[in-house]
Design a protein around this ligand. Structure first.
Ligand SMILES: Cc1cc2nc3c(=O)[nH]c(=O)nc-3n(C[C@H](O)[C@H](O)[C@H](O)COP(=O)(O)OP(=O)(O)OC[C@H]3O[C@@H](n4cnc5c(N)ncnc54)[C@H](O)[C@@H]3O)c2cc1C
Length: 502
């Protein structure tokens, strides 16, 4: 039976938190995900999750609220921010209670460290594997509660009629069959869209905005799509992230002359722009953590050391780390209200794919993991309440997937075009934007859209056809790019991550 009360698409932090809380309400919950949960991007989070516990010096909910609002440059919803910050301690304590192994102080309290834009050491962490430990614990809890998680199901479309949502269609990656799953309520938790920048992103390749595209196609509203955070310290060659915890611990940013040029702990938008200016003036930029010492690096930043060695061939204990700013987090997404509900009845969204209004124009480091836990709970509870009060809506349309492999007229390689689009976006819709550059990007997107009929899937296999999945992702990326540029052109004033030189 492909029926459940609450259906959740995505098994990252947001999806699994929502699943656990919906399950608590006694409804039948099912989770579908295109990758295995342990491969979701949440596992990549390193620096920490914010809560004003005050374990490493004085702190308060109000300071957390004020830091978040300041970083958001006036674009956040204060009510949502207050809700998130007020519930932060409970969120971290809940994670602690289900088994997340946070790093500890000598007094056995949860250890906290400083991230950019924060007035105190507020980020709770598990070495620099915070997201990994959180995700594995959540997954373990879901398995222990027998919550059904079906892997390798690629969301195609949301099925609804004028009454509301009735389910989704998915491509089963293993069999190549299209399947329909019905539900009373539906939560989209499919993560962000930073991969529109292709290789200039810290994100996993799965961050192609699939859930946001599907929501848009079914009539949901999107918000602030142009607001994309560039992280100051991606590794220069690979874009792999070197966490803000390195700067929080006292790391310096240096240019080719060995000079520091910015306060490293300013919010990310300011630091990224300062680096961008240096690079445009011909400088190479480096992160320097040598002075922190080998013991500290091994204890607090072990993953950063491994990543730098593996992907940049430098040892941070002895060497400077070459870095550049890269696309990291997407503040824009599916517009939701204070109960995580979209404008479509029965449809909810949470996590990076949603716009809860808590990050505004520039997310504060450590607030995204917090958002997943606070609003994941809320989304799970809201969707289960809706399912308890409403019945299934019969689906009146049967979705059919056009078989991409049927296209005999393939003349263009979509992989190459995706890469070129990523380059264009990094240059024209990146850290600094102008009307002229944005128009150029818009024209290019229109040109690519008019050529999609000349692209397609070369692999004719039905089972495990990753070529087909990647083509579907590419088409979602194109839809998202269009929305991003449109919003960037509409937003004429500079604000946080959206910086207009004109
Ligand atoms: C390198 C890195 C470090 C970070 N560090 C921090 C940090 O220290 N602190 C912090 O607060 N934030 C951090 N972030 C941000 C944070 O990790 C993410 O914003 C957050 O984990 C997103 O969680 P999510 O559940 O919304 O999405 P994800 O974890 O991305 O999960 C999305 C899920 O949806 C599934 N999915 C996607 N498309 C489909 C589809 N078509 N069909 C079916 N399923 C689909 C995926 O398989 C996955 O299971 C970091 C991000 C990165 C990239």
């Amino acid at each position: 039976m492909n029926k459940s009360d609450v259906l959740i698409i995505g098994a990252g932090g947001a999806g699994l938190v929502a699943a656990l809380h919906a399950h608590e309400k006694g409804v039948k919950v099912r989770v579908l995900t295109k990758e295995y949960p342990t491969r979701s991007q949440t596992c990549m989070a390193q620096a920490g999750i914010n809560a004003s516990l005050g374990n490493a010096g004085e702190d308060s909910v109000e300071s957390h609220v004020q830091n978040t609002l300041k970083s958001a440059r006036g674009m956040a919803n204060e009510k949502a921010v207050r809700h998130m910050c007020k519930n932060a301690s409970d969120a971290v304590m809940w994670l602690d209670s289900i088994g997340v192994c946070f790093s500890r102080t000598k007094e056995a309290k949860i250890a906290q460290r400083t991230l950019g834009g924060a007035s105190s050491s507020r980020a709770c962490y598990a070495q620099d594997y915070t997201g990994l430990k959180i995700l594995h614990t959540l997954y373990d809890r879901c398995l222990a509660k027998n919550i059904e998680i079906l892997n390798e199901k690629f969301l195609l479309d949301i099925i609804k009629n004028e009454e509301g949502v009735s389910g989704v269609s998915v491509l089963d990656i293993r069999s190549g069959e299209v399947e329909v799953y019905e539900s009373k309520s539906l939560i989209i938790a499919t993560g962000g869209y930073s991969r529109i920048y292709d290789k200039h992103s810290t994100n996993s390749t799965a961050s192609s905005g699939d859930g946001i595209s599907a929501a848009l196609r079914c009539g949901a509203k999107l918000k602030d799509m142009a607001f994309i955070q560039f992280h100051p310290t991606g590794l220069k060659a690979s874009s792999i992230l070197i966490s803000e915890s390195a700067r929080g611990a006292g790391g310096y940013l240096l240019n080719s002359n060995g000079e520091r040029f910015i306060n490293e702990l300013l919010p990310r938008d300011e630091v990224a722009r300062a680096i961008d200016t240096q690079i445009k003036n011909g400088q190479n930029i480096f992160l320097d953590i040598r002075h922190l010492g080998e013991d500290f690096i091994n204890e607090e930043l072990p993953q950063e050391r491994k990543l730098a060695l593996l992907y940049e061939n430098v040892d941070p204990v002895h060497d400077l780390i070459p870095i550049k700013p890269v696309a990291h987090y997407t503040m824009g997404g599916i517009e939701v209200d204070t109960s995580s509900s979209t404008c479509i009845k029965g449809l909810y969204a949470v996590g990076e794919c949603a716009n809860q209004g808590v990050h505004g124009a520039n997310r504060l480091g450590g607030n995204s993991l917090l958002e997943l836990v606070v609003f994941g709970k809320q989304a799970g509870e809201s969707a289960s309440l809706y399912a308890l009060e409403n019945d299934f809506i019969p689906k009146d349309t049967l979705y059919e997937l056009r078989d991409e492999s049927e296209n005999k007229n393939i003349k263009l390689d979509f992989y190459k075009i995706k890469e070129e689009l990523g380059e264009l976006f990094y240059k024209n819709v990146g850290i600094v934007r102008s009307k002229q550059d944005l128009f150029l990007a818009q024209t290019k997107i229109k040109e690519i859209q008019s050529q999609v009929h000349l692209m397609g899937v070369v692999d004719t296999n039905k089972v495990y056809n990753t070529n087909k999945i990647e083509f579907l992702e590419f088409k979602n990326i194109l839809e998202i790019c269009e929305q991003v540029v449109e919003n960037a052109l509409e937003t004429k004033r500079s604000c946080g991550a959206h910086y207009r030189v004109d």
